[in-house]
Design a protein. Structure first.
Length: 758
């Protein structure tokens, strides 16, 4: 039997919402009016970047060089290209000067290095050249300089001028992300509305989930704006907040509205019983919504345990979205249902049964599966494992310019640079070298640094080394010692400038240019070799080295996320198990639910590798093979999908639990539970697939992959897993599904007994 006071709390909430329906709608309307201006400014408060962590070695090296030597944290390349002019010729240089005359005076600019002075910044055919512009901004804030830089560049006939590098890349990521969001909303909202119309069969019933989902999204975006004003938040939360807000809002509305219709039909579809029906719907489906939201929240909170800004901010934003989605489902929706009342089916386009048949299609499917559980389980399990198999050869890397479409200006400028110079010069490895015995310019230390530099330059993976002992290959070690220890400093201006830019006291910088981009395996292997205590690239005694830049950033991000993930996954698994254990009062059902979730998520991971790393379906999706999976994506997918999958598991298992408590018949519980929740779970999943699938039209590959990954996993979870694997495994486990030691049964609070999920 149910515990009356427990059940009564949700029922009282529903009845209160029904009685005070206009007050509740008015309160939500006021909140929405206040939230809209903030929601419209959300993107302005969000930041690009967030893929690095300040305690990683590469970040510490960069910070050390900035603090003690003054090496700028951010720089942008101004790229020049001409098909008719050549760098070094008066016409080219005059055009370049006219195009960038205002760059030096632009906001945040603290210095430039012209291609006229640094001849290595001119391509071999002299058609392409670039200037380096240093900015007085941290890397994640560097896009703030873009408006001033772009305003300072003037068009000149015969010369193409563009901006490339981190600031331009992150600025375009932000702009394209906002464009992707607008496009996905334009695609997903009409499709979601159509799907809801088909599911509910009437305009009034279909409009309620959209209203609840829309309210959740607007208030969540406003909440994200407020949080982002106080702590850094990634631009990528914008798309995920919309996806989750609409998906969860519609999911919960489907569940509640269907249960309300069922309860009202059971009472004769009378206006006199609307309040009773609302109270019963919140007492049953509302309870399931609450615990479903709790499981989604736990999955997203797993992201908060990461130190990386992009992951932590997605977790925080997701938690805000879940809170508003659950709040809207438990307050705004009951009020709207009370207002709609018996008019719920107004403007009907087709008839929908208010209650499911005892032997309907879902029950018949469950019985057929349970007649041959092993014959269903083995091939279904094999299919999911095959789908997940590509993940076994996954390669993790950090995002680079290839995540942007080819038409974006920063991508075009960067492609121009790499075509002319190769990828190495634009992702150098930077060493922060500290001498343990006096200043770097001391005679003994210069000898160590010179010997170290020669060993580095001899490695075939290294194209060049730039340091205080590599100013001119014609200068010998003895001459360096004389120059750097001359009274008043080096008399040669170029040597003095190099010393000032690379060295302060016992700290000096080595800039290593390789033949590879930062995501290529040889470059990351080189980082490992530079950090090794032994080997040909190990620093000599008397030198302490921190390795940063380029491939070191990638290596540290990948290894840092890999180190944090087990803690996060353990938190999600343990906390989700405990919630389901309390809700279902079963030892084995939560374990089985965790396993089912893992299977659908693994299949989604495999699809990510097969589509984006290996390049299958590239022609259809309009992408090029990346050759890798961006490191944060599987983590975000795991946490988001774990919560979403548990959403459906709660809907299904709580309904099965109700029948089991009433009959003690496992087979009947499975068949009845699937019949009662199958249509709702499938419909809810369809909406999520539509919303998530709309991100397949995104221009940023990361957003495209995130949307497709969620769509694939949810589709598999709501069909293959729930319709086939769940009935098969529950038939095999029989009464063990519901096993709970008697001692625990006496100790546990009864929070879910006899509750229905849909």
């Amino acid at each position: 039997m149910s515990t009356p006071n427990r059940r009564g709390g949700f029922e009282r909430l529903g009845r209160l919402a029904a009685r005070r329906r206009w007050w509740i709608v008015a309160i939500w309307a006021v909140l929405l009016v206040a939230a809209v201006p903030l929601a419209l400014r959300t993107s302005d408060a969000l930041r690009s970047g967030g893929f690095i962590r300040q305690d990683l070695e590469s970040a510490r090296a960069k910070q050390l060089l900035h603090d003690e030597i003054g090496v700028p944290e951010a720089a942008v390349a101004v790229v020049f290209h001409s098909d008719t002019l050549r760098a070094g010729e008066p016409a080219f240089e005059l055009a370049a000067q006219q195009a960038t005359a205002g760059i030096a005076d632009a906001e945040y600019v603290i210095g430039t290095v012209s291609h006229i002075v640094a001849t290595r910044q001119v391509s071999a055919d002299r058609r392409t050249a670039y200037d380096i512009v240093y900015l007085n901004l941290p890397a994640d804030d560097s896009p703030l300089a873009l408006p001033g830089l772009r305003a300072a560049i003037r068009p000149v006939e015969g010369l193409e001028v563009g901006l490339a590098g981190g600031p331009a890349f992150y600025g375009d990521v932000q702009a394209v992300s906002e464009s992707d969001l607008r496009r996905s909303e334009a695609i997903s909202l009409p499709l979601a509305g159509l799907a809801l119309l088909l599911v509910f069969g009437s305009v009034v019933a279909a409009s309620l989930p959209l209203a609840v989902g829309g309210a959740a999204v607007v208030l969540a975006l406003a909440g994200i704006f407020l949080v982002a004003s106080a702590t850094p938040m990634s631009i990528f939360v914008l798309n995920l907040a919309t996806l989750l807000g609409l998906g969860l809002g519609v999911d919960y509305s489907l569940l509640m509205t269907s249960r309300f219709r069922e309860e009202l039909a059971a009472r004769g579809w009378s206006a006199d019983h609307v309040e009773d029906a609302v109270g019963a719907a919140v007492a049953t489906a509302g309870r399931a919504v609450f615990f479903s939201g709790l499981t989604v929240l736990l999955g997203l909170l797993g992201l908060v345990l990461f130190e990386f800004m992009i992951l932590r901010s997605v977790g925080i934003a997701g938690a805000i979205v879940v809170a508003f989605a659950v709040g809207a489902a438990l307050t705004l929706l009951p009020a709207l249902l009370a207002i709609a009342g018996t008019r719920l089916d107004r403007f009907r386009i087709r008839r929908v049964r208010a209650t499911e048949l005892e032997d309907g299609p879902w029950a018949r499917l469950a019985n057929r599966v349970m007649d041959h559980p092993v014959r269903v389980l083995v091939p279904t399990l094999a299919i999911l494992l095959v789908l997940g198999a590509p993940f076994l050869h996954v390669r993790f890397n950090a995002p680079d310019s290839t995540i942007l479409p080819a038409y974006v200006p920063s991508r075009q400028a960067f492609d121009r640079l790499t075509a002319a110079f190769g990828p190495g010069p634009f992702a150098p490895i930077v060493l922060a070298v500290r001498t343990t015995d006096g200043p770097a310019t001391g005679a003994g230390n210069l000898e160590r640094l010179h010997e170290y530099s020669r060993r580095l330059a001899a490695d075939p993976r290294i194209a060049s080394v730039l340091s205080l002992v590599d100013v001119d290959p014609r200068i010998t070690l003895a001459q360096y010692q004389l120059l750097y220890n001359a009274p008043g400093g080096p008399p040669d201006r170029a040597i003095a400038e190099t010393l000032r830019a690379t060295t302060a006291g016992d700290l000096t910088a080595f800039t290593i240019t390789t033949w590879y981009g930062p995501n290529e395996e040889p470059g990351r292997a080189l980082v490992d070799a530079l950090r090794a205590d032994t080997g040909p690239l190990a620093p000599p005694p008397g030198l302490e080295v921190l390795v940063g830049g380029g491939a070191a950033d990638v290596e540290d991000v990948v290894s840092g996320i890999a180190a944090d993930f087990p803690r996060s996954a353990l938190f999600i698994l343990v906390s989700t198990y405990l919630v389901l254990f309390l809700l279902l009062r079963s030892v084995l059902l939560p374990l089985k639910a965790l396993l089912m979730n893992t299977l659908s998520i693994a299949a989604s991971f495999g699809a990510l590798v097969w589509i984006f790393q290996d390049g299958n379906l590239s022609a259809i999706l309009g992408t090029r093979p990346l050759g890798f999976v961006e490191t944060t994506q599987p983590v975000i997918l795991f946490c988001v999908l774990f919560g979403l999958s548990m959403d459906y598991e709660v809907f299904l298992l709580t309904r099965m639990r109700e029948t089991w408590d009433r009959t003690g018949d496992n087979r009947a519980a499975v068949a009845h539970g699937l019949e009662r929740s199958g249509r709702i779970v499938t419909s809810a999943a369809l909406i999520v697939v539509v919303v998530a699938g709309s991100f397949a039209f995104a221009d940023i590959v990361l957003i495209k992959a995130l949307g497709l990954g969620i769509a694939i996993a949810v589709a598999l979870d709501a069909t293959v897993v729930r319709a086939l694997l769940v009935p098969a495994t529950m038939r095999l486990l029989g009464h063990w599904n519901w096993w709970l030691p008697r001692r625990l049964e006496r100790l546990l609070p009864d929070i879910a007994e006899h509750e229905a999920a849909s």
